[in-house]
Design a protein around this ligand. Structure first.
Ligand code: GNR
Ligand code: NI
Length: 189
């Protein structure tokens, strides 16, 4: 037995964020423990979505919760998700990412899609997504391919952001903040 745990979130340009995640073979108790930890980590951040690679696990697993502050929690779990029928019409949305902290930029994505996946219990599901749900699931699907939202920006914007993130982490390391774990990124927890 083990309780849920908040795991450190990787910050760009950590090369692990560029890995392509691998399909999950079985939705078992070990995978559910990972999904529980991811949800707790996401809520603590706080964020509305998290891909497993953001906590250093290269598996095709995503958690999300789009419930508002005054609403009951609505955790969503996506294992081996596939996007079906993306709309031709696109819409810009000002995106952020827990692995690119404190930068927000417009990204254009299909306005709606369907997503086919296995749920928390390993049951096959299809969900119709539009609005923020469609934007968020597509942002998370990118993580499974090693893609970050900044990859949708101009090279100039992307490189400015990455340079600032590198500088930030160098400063944090020099000041010795963080937890003492050599893998600590000094920002994710
Ligand atoms: O918390 C998050 N907010 C968000 C806002 C707009 C578009 C996408 C997102 S996802 C992000 C959490 C995250 O980094 N998930 O990978
Ligand atoms: Ni992200």
């Amino acid at each position: 037995m083990r309780g849920m745990a908040i795991r450190p979130i990787l910050i760009a340009p950590d090369p692990r964020l560029r890995e392509k995640s691998l399909p999950v073979e079985a939705v078992d108790d070990d995978l559910r423990a990972l999904m529980d930890d991811m949800l707790e980590t996401m809520y603590a951040a706080p964020g509305i979505g998290l891909a497993a690679i953001q906590v250093g696990v290269p598996k095709r697993v995503i958690v999300m919760d789009l419930a508002g502050k005054d609403e009951a929690p609505n955790p969503l779990y996506f294992v081996n998700p596939v996007i079906l029928d993306p709309a031709d019409e696109t819409v810009p949305y000002e995106e952020g990412c827990l692995s690119v902290p404190e930068f927000y930029e417009d990204v254009e994505r299909p306005v709606s899609c369907r997503v086919q996946y296995l749920d928390y219990h390993g049951k096959e599901q299809v969900l119709e997504a539009e609005g923020l749900l469609a934007t968020c699931i597509q942002h998370e699907m990118d993580h499974l391919e090693g893609i970050l939202f900044i990859d949708h920006l101009s090279r100039l914007k992307r490189e400015r952001i990455l340079k600032k993130l590198k500088k930030e982490q160098k400063l944090a390391a020099a000041q010795g903040d963080g937890c003492g774990d050599p893998a600590c990124n000094h920002l994710g927890h």
